[in-house]
Design a binder for this molecule. Sequence first.
Ligand SMILES: *[C@@H]1O[C@H](CO)[C@@H](O)[C@H](O)[C@H]1NC(C)=O
Ligand SMILES: *[C@@H]1O[C@H](CO)[C@@H](O)[C@H](O)[C@H]1NC(C)=O
Length: 417
Amino acid sequence: MKSLVFLSALGAVSALAFPHGPTGGSAAAPPKIAAPPAPAQTPAHGAMPGHGAMPAHGAAPAPAHGAAPAHGATPPAPQTKLESITPLFSPTHKRIRVTYGTYTLPPFNFTKPAMPGMSMDMGGMMDEGGLYDASNHAAPLPCTDCTLKHASVSLTSPDGKTANYNTGAYLHHLTGAVRGPGRSDLRCPGGTKRIPDGMERMLAVHNDRNETFFGAGGTDKAGFYLGPKDVFDLELMLKNEVNVEVKVVFAIEWEFVEGRPEGWADVRGIWMDVAPCSALMSDVSPPAGKTQFTLTGDAWTSTVDGTLLNTVGHMHDGGVEVQILANGKPVCGSKADYDTTPAYRPTKETLALGAAEMSHISHYSPCIAIGEVKKGDQLVLSAKYDFEKWRPATNLKGAHSDVMGVAMVFVRLERKI
Ligand SMILES: *[C@@H]1O[C@H](CO)[C@@H](O)[C@H](O)[C@H]1NC(C)=O
Ligand SMILES: *[C@@H]1O[C@H](CO)[C@@H](O)[C@H](O)[C@H]1NC(C)=O
């Protein structure tokens, strides 16, 4: 149920920050809405390096990615709308839906012109069809000086129906990161090509669209704190499977409490990956000539004492299971399920428009209450693939697309104050 009073209150705020936001009158006590200085959108078509935050941040919003907006004229800036909705977990929470779009995804078979200066480090992404970079490096946050409890995302057609393989377009990946004073990525600290200093990854969602709890659930006294100076970096990559344009709308719902309540613990994300911190992206080439293989990442030596909460794995089609080992012992196995709902199946219509007749990962078994972690413990992620069981995706050149092995593991840290 929407709170319309709230919606118009937010409209007044968001109309200032986001020229295309809703307009509305005034109402009492709207929550504090983060108003990033320059909410520039980057609707440039074309592949972007990176699964994880884009390199080259700094204050400047929306680096141009070197790519010309090749698909016709420059697309108009997508709309951003904030609205207050009913909280799912507690009446003392607030819940805000931030809607981005409409985006028009180029056809899968649309071949991009050469992108000068962008050829290195692009890896296999360069040859992926139908990719649309909807990233926004100063994206609206639901609140500032608040503690996040839950996030869920949706990708729909403009008519509000779910968009997925059955409609031709899907959510390739979303990586949320926060830039702000004192921020540092737990897994890759100190500034890397991919994660600049002062930035912290805190949200990872893929096409299984698993909800995210910043805590053991929606009501425990723990969460991810957003400070007044934090800026939200939304790396959002959408993908079209069919040879015609497809229009989609993307939304994130956030549930939070105001401030940083006393006695609460902090929740942070540990980005486990088969690719090292030095890599510009998480995509890796499948080993040549192999159809069954396991990729294993570098060990992360924990810098914290805490409790590992939840995670789900992420792989590309062909993947079977993501495993996390703590000091060599398996503590989490997140298995990929395929085609669990019809939304993940191509239809007669999408097949006629060029979609691949194949199964897609639709769900991962979650790991919950993973266990304690101590400073010095070593965590490793591995990802098992079986192309004989599940067909991998192919790119524009007919080669196997790159693969991935990733899991954002949330950790609860008691506050030392
Ligand atoms: C993924 O979803 C499941 C089921 O709703 C949930 O239990 C789990 O905590 C979610 N994963 C994360 C990382 O929050
Ligand atoms: C893409 O496919 C469509 C439908 O088959 C076709 O009409 C169009 O010419 C193709 N475009 C390119 C650039 O190959």
